[in-house]
Write a new protein. Structure first.
Lengths: 360, 360
């Protein structure tokens, strides 16, 4: 098999030009005589790689100067702890909006450090909607408001940003960052595991407003103290250098594609093509309300669940990989991140139509 | 420049056959149609990669069955916090042996979680020796005893294992693991950042005796709770999949070299060649006592420090990279990890002799 179309929710497919470039220079980067992964993280060569990556991200989503950009380890799951550890700043409570499995996990881990108030919740209705902002029970004394603009498992995505006034807004953008433009200035902190639209797994981007730095509780492991990593340009300890380098290549590639503004047009169209097949009849279904269906992650079911394994194995034979749903949910899911080409979506749509014709 | 000899202390040089193999399959692993970094961490393909890597390490250092092997993120600097968070188990104090910059950092971070007792210390004499075991002030009530068998910056290495009885012995083996045989059964926990003898930066190996699991304090971020990661085979959250894969390739390569037993013979000889040049006259010096000189990291000075920059730039022109000392220490340092070929050491030794002839 040559390279297939890969709909994995993460670690996700990478842009092929990025992999090809990394392959070309894997044994000898530039004229350094060494692989990027063999460069000292303190060397001028790596510092240049690191700073270029940061600038690439700053350019792509227009990050204001009063925000720090950190490249950390540990994934979003570590940030679920690091956020309360760093941002409680003496406050006792934090507000969490629960719209899927990942915001639930974020709230669960935060409860180890503070009183978590669930300010809005769609669990009872199966995480198929985004709660109306007018119903949110926000506490003006909360340390922050946390939400998950795109739920990777449930396929629920906000197309609006809550207005939380003086209470900093925190967003887990792991599966939506760079897929469309965002106004960074509306947020106190944005974080994202790289393994969707940014790079390989093993590196995590944190974008934090600088006035929020400096309040970490003493129990915070130093590599996760935002103030320390801001001071040290994310080099307090040895960073995942090769993963960091790959993020820079992805940012360069994305600039060449026109950035999030251009990707939003493509991503909306890619998603629409799949939802149209799902909605065309009763064979496939997606339970998410239409005003908050994700562009990035599209879960879908067939009424006859015994067909799931047939669908998945035939898809794989047709070079359409990783269409299985999240392990705890089942069914199918197509993740359509930036690096999934539109030709891949066209192939998926054709396959879905053909499968329905044969089995419907 | 083609590939040079790289004496970096870490991220360190990788075995060239490992990089070549990774290069060959970077866009398409096996017949999967995807790069390793694009495989789901829950896929059978990646699970096989992960389990092979673990088994490779188990085979190389004969890890007993009552030890768990974890592959985590965050580096040794995160373990400096994770160890007290996981292993205090209700105790109030922990014993630390301070023999260099890294054991000092470990003790400093542990002091955020418990009372740290410095059981032995060579700071006053400049970290040039290993303290006699008979002088150690060990507390039988301590939660554990922590030491650093090889100090990467100071070039001090233990060639013996302390006997701490019922108090678990914890070792930061970042820069010595796999360089020689060890008796894992003497330890409660061994940890190592990968970026010396194991793989690229961004992945950390923790080998922990299973009876020590389960006591994490509530403030422990879940991805660093050993019990949780043991239960989930280090897949509680998305692991650094590509780095994990590379560790497996390194373990395979090392098996082919004859394992730590064979490497110890080579490593002793490589180090001896460099120490012999240093000791042959007054031009170079190394201040570490001869009974504890590191095989892995050899710091050295010239009496005329104004020659340092000349040495380093001429070395680089000769394809001998990263011989600068640790930033806070200065001077020179040659790190001779497993993947530094003996031909590289021979080239270094020839260069040092020639440089002395011209400048001595």
């Amino acid at each position: 098999m040559t390279r297939a179309y890969n709909f994995c929710a993460g670690p996700a497919t990478m842009p092929e030009p990025v992999l090809s470039r990394a392959q070309d220079e894997l044994l000898n980067w530039g004229r350094s005589g060494a692989s990027v992964m063999e460069l000292s993280h303190r060397s001028p060569e790596f510092q240049q790689i690191a700073r270029n990556a940061e600038q690439g991200l700053r350019d792509l989503i227009h990050i204001p100067g009063n925000y720090s950009v950190l490249f950390l380890q540990g994934g979003a799951s570590t940030q679920f702890a690091a956020i309360p550890m760093n941002l409680l700043r003496g406050k006792r409570t934090a507000d969490y909006v629960r719209t899927g499995i990942w915001s639930d996990k974020a709230a669960e881990q935060a409860a180890r450090y503070c009183e978590v108030r669930i300010a809005a919740d769609t669990r009872a209705t199966g995480y198929t909607s985004v709660p109306e902002f007018s119903t949110w029970d926000l506490d003006p004394e909360a340390a922050y408001v946390h939400y998950t603009p795109n739920e990777t498992v449930n396929g629920v995505e906000f197309d609006w940003i809550p207005e939380t006034g003086d209470v900093p807004l925190i967003a887990d953008m792991s599966s939506t960052l760079l897929s469309r433009p965002i106004d960074v200035s509306r947020f106190g902190l944005i974080y994202a595991g790289a393994q969707k639209n940014i790079g390989p797994s093993g590196i995590t981007v944190v974008i934090v407003r600088k006035d929020l730095l400096g309040g970490a509780i003493p129990e915070t492991p130093i590599p996760f103290d935002y103030q320390v990593q801001n001071r040290d340009a994310s080099l307090y300890n040895t960073p995942p250098t090769f993963a960091w380098y790959l993020t820079g290549l992805v940012f360069d590639w994305l600039k060449g594609q026109g950035g999030p503004e251009a990707m939003a047009v493509v991503n909306e169209r890619k998603a629409r093509k799949v939802y149209e097949v799902i909605d065309a009849g009763d064979f496939y279904s997606n339970r998410v309300e239409r005003n908050c269906r994700s562009w990035m992650n599209i879960p879908f079911q067939m009424s006859d669940t015994s067909l799931d394994s047939v669908f998945l194995s035939e898809a794989e034979q047709n070079g359409l990989l990783n269409l299985n749903g999240f392990r705890a949910v089942g069914g199918m899911r197509a993740s359509l991140y930036n690096a999934v080409p539109e030709s891949g979506v066209d192939a998926l749509v054709a396959f879905m139509k053909d499968f329905e014709k044969r089995h419907g």
